[in-house]
Design a protein around this ligand. Structure first.
Ligand code: 13P
Ligand code: SF4
Length: 427
């Protein structure tokens, strides 16, 4: 099967030549290489292209021309040569959503939780090259040894959802909640609010949770983390992903009416005091533009076209989609569910296209397709390309560290507390 990258390029060329393309993509700009967008503000083409990027979004410096013009074969030769030279001094981590052209070089591929753990387990490596997005590299920096350098090949590989909650707005929200609820525990020793941040958030927000009795979660442990939080608090402030928060809490039996949404642009988040008093989970107004694309209509069509199809979606999808699906779970859950199924299954998957197509290639015994018929990868995962990987690796061979991600000690200390609380929670 051709990779997503190749498919998008072939289809754009076909469109330019007036030939009916076999694939529809969300943006013709996806046929251009990611460095075309390094000088521009914003996330680049793909699912997040309509989201507003904060002014302080990191920019990637100009990639030297030799890496922009090198052929695929040339980049492959250079990346492999650098890996060979660096040996155990280097580890390359890759998220499931990375393009195949990058995943082929990773020493370890996983979901955000597994990658956070992997960063703690490579003691021999001097450099951890993280083919994923910014918050993942920050987490790896905080969990690895101080002398290990964590490198993000393209600094513009952020996460539009993570950018939807910033430390100032969350602190402002927290102050309003403290004013409303006070800080005294109830008769069971539970404080009024426990902050829970999704892994997809800045180190500053993880630090905020560490400082305020809170914790981090990922999509693979969100229910266990909410249990942890409810043992210690009367309610939870969950940021930035409203959908993961709502889907997880709903599955635990919390009524949707007790999950008001907090809009940071409105007083009391746009809520009344009464609705906040009655709340169990206060949901931040954030979402993932990849997973927002999935719909109940797509599920209905998959069921009509493929009777008996098993629909599995990521919990970042909106609640009606998760409710209509057969099951939901993290990227690793999806991977394991498909691997464990008896041959001959048909799966409609609601998550990022690079991962879905890779699963389809790895499991020819099943029919696997993405619920969304339009090819629309995660804009920020897409910013990593073999050209950037070759650039950072060859710099390492010369003894230079470029694109290092470091979290300031004042933030990393409390953030590590919140991360370690998560790592200690047993699902
Ligand atoms: P996982 O935690 O399932 O890897 O998901 C990370 C992510 O960014 C999903 O959009
Ligand atoms: Fe962020 Fe969504 Fe991309 Fe995951 S898929 S990195 S949540 S924008």
């Amino acid at each position: 099967m051709t990779s997503v990258n190749t498919a998008i390029k072939l289809s754009s060329r076909a469109e330019a030549e007036g030939i009916q393309p076999g694939t529809r993509s969300c943006s013709p700009d996806l046929a251009r290489e990611p460095w075309t967008f390094d000088a521009a503000v914003g996330y680049g083409p793909g699912a997040s292209m309509g989201d507003s990027a904060p002014a302080a979004t990191p920019r990637q410096p100009v990639l030297p021309e030799e890496y922009r013009t090198a052929s695929e074969a040339e980049l492959d030769r250079r990346i492999r040569a650098a890996q060979e030279t660096l040996g155990d001094r280097l580890v390359i981590l890759g998220h499931f959503y990375q393009r195949d052209e990058v995943v082929q070089y990773a020493d370890f591929v996983g979901d955000s939780f597994q990658l956070a753990r992997a960063a703690t387990e490579r003691a021999e490596a001097e450099a951890i090259v993280f083919c994923g997005v910014h918050f993942m590299a920050e987490t790896a920096d905080m969990l690895s040894r101080p002398d290990q350098a964590v490198i993000l090949p393209n600094l513009a590989a952020g996460c539009s959802m993570a950018d939807m909650a910033d430390i100032d707005s969350v602190t402002d929200c927290w102050e309003q909640l403290e004013e409303l609820f006070g800080t005294e525990p109830d008769e069971h020793g539970r404080v009024p609010v426990i902050p829970v941040t999704y892994m997809n958030s800045s180190a500053a927000l993880k630090g905020f949770c560490g400082d305020n009795g809170g914790i981090v979660c990922t999509s693979s442990n969100a229910a266990a983390v909410l249990d942890w939080a409810f043992e210690r608090g009367q309610r939870v402030l969950f940021f930035p992903d409203q959908h993961l928060g709502r889907n997880t809490a709903k599955a635990m039996g919390i009524p949707v009416e007790q999950m008001p949404m907090w809009n940071p642009n409105k007083d009391l988040g746009g809520n009344t005091e009464l609705s906040l008093q009655d709340s169990r989970v206060i949901l931040w107004h954030g979402f993932c533009s990849v997973h927002k694309r999935f719909s109940v209509a797509q599920i209905e069509k998959a069921r009509a076209d493929f009777p008996g199809v098993r629909v599995i979606v990521h919990p970042e999808c909106p609640m009606p989609v998760v409710d209509a699906a057969d099951e939901s779970g993290s990227t690793d859950y999806i991977r394991k569910a498909i691997a464990a199924a008896a041959p001959g299954g048909t799966f409609a998957v609601g998550t990022e296209i690079n991962m879905v197509n890779r699963l389809a290639a790895e499991h020819p015994e099943h029919t696997i397709f993405c619920l969304d018929p339009v090819v629309c990868p995660c804009s920020t995962m897409y910013r990593i390309h073999p050209g950037y990987l070759a650039w950072v690796l060859e710099a390492l061979v010369r003894g230079e560290v470029v694109n290092r991600i470091t979290v300031d000690g004042a933030v990393a200390g409390p953030a590590r507390i919140a991360l370690n609380r998560m790592l200690a929670v047993r699902p």
